[in-house]
Write a protein that binds this ligand. Structure first.
Ligand code: E4P
Length: 217
């Protein structure tokens, strides 16, 4: 399973990239709005750091505007993926941009029916938001299972990019279901490292080692 980080922060992306486990980045307008500077330059910088798929989202809501912005985003770097919302115009833009060889990530997906539309429009990635479904007392991971099953049935090439991950359990469940990618905030990637027995075990190993070395001098 591929692991993407969901942030527009260059500092955070550099830190996760330095771990050597990062496959890509997702951004959205809310995330990029928090960052200083020109968003195109920021996206270019992110592509240079990650050298994997980097999603940048259109803000137009009509198909003509999405196509114009999508083509501009795609020109930033070969690693750029154009993110469009799951609307009628978004699906039309996805079909056209995909036909031009531009990779598209269809975002704001909350149902299996929507995921079928994204696959049929040639999306490279579909982004179901599990955390936001959990927030409204609906099990987000049930949707991932449905989408993975449906895509398997028809061998759709669209990759399932599990978005809005809030904790490592989302990532583990997504991996067990065979989802292709999880994108999560840097803090959730940090949480993946943590286990109290690792810290306790390491502390004990080092203390025993120190003790034995001290006894030898
Ligand atoms: C994914 O592409 C989105 O940017 C993101 O995962 C949304 O997450 P949130 O629901 O935590 O804002």
């Amino acid at each position: 399973m591929k692991l993407f980080v969901d942030t527009g922060s260059i500092k955070d992306i550099e830190a996760v990239a330095a771990l050597g486990i990062l496959d890509g980045v997702t951004t959205n307008p809310s995330l990029l709005a928090k960052e200083p500077g020109d968003f195109r330059q920021n996206l270019k910088r992110i592509c240079d750091i990650v050298k994997g798929p980097v999603s940048g989202e259109v803000t137009a809501t009509d198909v003509a505007g999405m196509l114009r912005q999508g083509r501009e985003i795609a020109k930033i770097d070969d690693h750029m993926v154009v993110k469009v919302p799951l609307t009628r115009d978004g699906i039309r833009a996805c079909k056209t941009l995909s036909g031009e060889g531009i990779r598209v990530n269809v975002t704001l997906v909350f149902s299996a029916a929507q995921a079928i539309l994204a696959a049929k429009a040639g999306a490279t990635f579909v982004s179901p938001f599990v955390g936001r479904l959990d927030d409204i007392a609906t099990n987000g991971m049930d949707l991932i299972r449905e989408i993975v099953d449906i895509y398997d049935n028809y061998e759709f090439a669209t990759e399932v990019l599990v978005a809005s991950c809030r904790h490592p359990i989302h990532i583990v469940e997504a991996a067990r279901m065979g989802a292709d990618i999880c994108t999560c905030p840097p803090a959730v990637i940090d949480q993946m490292f943590n286990h109290p027995l690792t810290s306790i075990g390491l502390e004990k190993f080092l203390a025993d080692w120190e003790k034995s070395q001290a006894a030898r001098v």
